[in-house]
Design a protein around this ligand. Structure first.
Ligand code: SF4
Length: 237
């Protein structure tokens, strides 16, 4: 009789092995609701401009609200040229109720103007250039590079990725910026473009900010659950 396969354990130093986590999540997220920005990128055939604008709108905003606001805005203006012509007040009206909609409307208009005046109507494809656009930070720039420019060199870190990477023991960091830097060291390059999709989907459905559903998580035997003090109730299928 063959001996039973040894049970996987969290790796050395209490880290969940990256390859095991990513392979399991690849299967586990199948059928779960995708993050809004992934949906928008697919709906818009990875159009860099629309991915950029939707990502700008998404900060601290629920996915459903981001999706609805982006759809309303793109119905009226689909290009930097047409969006730059909209008044800020009209953009505000279209994107409400995304959080900070007043500021975001200003950034959307200014970003469109910069794309027209400095980049010939095309969304730039380097981190350095993207960061010169109003309201664009590393999270937005990384997501545009991954979703719209097919970059294999970037990791997009939002609050879900930051939280889960720490719970898994991949990093020990205090901010998403620190997490991004640490993840380039602690994960293999082939996973970089997938980390955002897998961890954000898991974070929205299972590894939630409060009361994560550890008892029914596919990673429960390998995850050191760092910082988790209370877990959510098991939901019977
Ligand atoms: S839900 Fe629990 S077991 Fe699963 S990744 Fe999050 S902390 Fe780890």
């Amino acid at each position: 009789m063959r001996p039973a396969a040894p049970k996987p354990r969290s790796g050395e130093g209490g880290k969940a092995p990256v390859s095991i986590v990513m392979r399991r999540l690849a299967n586990a997220i199948d059928g779960l609701d995708e993050p809004a920005l992934e949906k928008i990128a697919k709906d818009q055939q990875e159009d860099p401009f629309q991915v950029l604008i939707a990502t700008l709108l998404s900060a601290q905003t629920r996915d459903a609200v981001t999706h609805a606001a982006s759809t309303r805005l793109f119905r009226i203006a689909r290009t930097p040229r047409s969006m730059a012509k909209l008044a800020v007040a009209r953009i505000q009206e279209l994107i409400y109720p995304v959080s900070f909609y007043r500021h975001k409307a200003v950034h959307v208009k200014q970003t469109c103007e910069h794309i027209m005046s400095r980049f010939g109507g095309r969304v730039p494809s380097t981190m350095e250039e993207l960061l010169t656009l109003p309201g664009v930070g590393r999270k937005t720039a990384n997501l545009v590079l991954i979703l719209a420019h097919s970059s294999q060199e970037n990791i997009c870190v939002d609050t879900h990725v930051h939280r889960i990477a720490n719970r898994l023991g991949w990093v020990q960091t205090r901010t998403p910026e620190e997490t991004e830097r640490a993840l380039y060291e602690s994960t293999q390059r082939r996973w970089w473009p997938l980390i955002n999709l897998y961890l954000v989907t898991w974070g929205q459905n299972v590894c939630r900010p409060v009361y994560p559903l550890c008892p029914q998580c596919v990673l429960k035997d390998v995850c050191p659950k760092i910082g988790v003090t209370k877990v959510g109730k098991l939901v019977k299928a």
